[in-house]
Design a protein around this ligand. Structure first.
Ligand SMILES: [Zn+2]
Ligand SMILES: [Zn+2]
Length: 351
């Protein structure tokens, strides 16, 4: 008997990295529904530094081929059976919390699901959502109100990373925060910190980036390549130094400088990912009794908080979007960002 062709898959387009420096629009099967999951039609996608790193072959966690994309807004087209804690409905626009966690490890037990010992990020350890439709746990979908358009919605996820660093340090209004690294996450941290009433000082070795920080209304900038950073920070803080320091550059020099920028008993959040070990004079940590905190990604409640802050007009993360492209332009855009990371702070793609 002749073989009968079985189900013909519904094909969809996706942005896939096939191997190092080979990124294409490909056709793949549409994802299947699962219990506790819902299906979205993808509407907008932010391009993250980690997407560019994956393309460049600099991301140790990525296994090719991989569909990238984790900064995602979509419209729900099907609600799966099971968990739906925020009573989402078909037609709702949502942002994805793209960090899949196990729910049973020590970190998850404490509610720090962002630091799950087997955390999987979309587009890194598992396929991402730069595609037509995507199936994701319903509990990791957060409703986006009509006042936040798709373009702006695509920067909610990186803004969560910024907010999480401030939460980790328990940063309070009136305190000084030094943000090391004026890239996307650093600038978003400046925006959120200003909204929370902190005095914000941004350090970077590129003057153009400091100019962007200045345009966001920060209270001071430091270029440690061109000026004595410790003296300048001392002047900006009336000799106190910073109660809070966030390292967002991932550079060895940036990591090393946190100990000098922090006030005695200050709190430090390490968000950047250095690509090698960094030596630190730990006697300074002891002498100043510093609190050094890791900070990565964020939890679902922080997605809700960022959505509220935007909706209430407290923050405007749109200021860091420097380019909007079409979905089909993503491969060439990501290749161009690898060649020239300075060409845009944040790129967002729309469907
Ligand atoms: Zn990202
Ligand atoms: Zn876990």
């Amino acid at each position: 008997m002749a073989a009968i062709p079985l189900i013909v898959g519904c094909n969809m387009k996706a942005i896939q990295i096939l191997e190092k420096q080979n990124i294409q629009v490909v056709e793949v099967d549409e994802p299947k529904m699962r219990p506790n999951h819902s299906k979205i039609k993808v509407l907008s996608m932010g391009v993250c530094g980690s997407d560019v790193h994956a393309y460049a072959g600099k991301s140790p966690n990525v296994q090719y081929p991989v569909i990238i994309g984790h900064e995602i807004v979509g419209e729900i087209i099907e609600i799966g059976e099971g968990e739906n804690p925020r009573q989402l409905r078909v037609g709702d626009r949502v942002v994805l919390n793209p960090y899949l966690y196990c729910g049973t490890c020590y970190a998850c037990e404490q509610g720090q699901t962002n630091a799950c010992s087997s955390l999987k990020c979309l587009g890194v350890q598992t396929d991402g959502a730069m595609c037509d439709t995507f199936v994701h746990p319903t509990k990791l979908m957060i409703k986006v109100p009509d006042t936040i358009d798709n373009e702006l919605g695509a920067v909610i996820e990186p803004t969560v990373i910024a907010l999480h660093a401030l939460h980790r340090m328990e940063a309070k209004a009136g305190e000084h925060v030094v943000i090391i690294g004026a890239g996307c996450i650093g600038l978003l941290t400046a925006i959120v910190a200003k909204a929370k009433g902190l005095k914000v000082i941004v350090a970077d070795v590129v003057d153009e980036r400091l100019e962007v920080a200045t345009s966001l209304g920060v209270d001071g900038t430091i270029n440690p390549m061109k000026e004595n950073a410790v003296e300048k920070l001392s002047a900006l803080t009336n000799g106190r130094m910073a109660e809070c320091v966030c390292e967002m550059s991932g550079s060895a020099a940036g990591v090393r400088s946190v100990l000098d920028y922090a006030a005695s008993t200050g709190r430090i959040a390490l968000t950047g990912w250095p690509d090698r070990e960094v030596e630190l004079p730990t006697a300074v940590i002891t002498r100043k009794e510093l609190k050094i905190l890791g900070s990565r990604t964020g939890v679902t409640e922080e997605f809700e908080e960022v959505v509220s802050m935007i909706e209430e007009g407290k923050i405007d993360p749109r200021k860091i979007i420097s380019r909007v492209v079409d979905f089909n332009e993503l491969p060439e855009t990501i290749a161009a960002l690898d060649k020239d990371p300075g060409m845009a702070i944040k790129v967002v793609a729309l469907r």
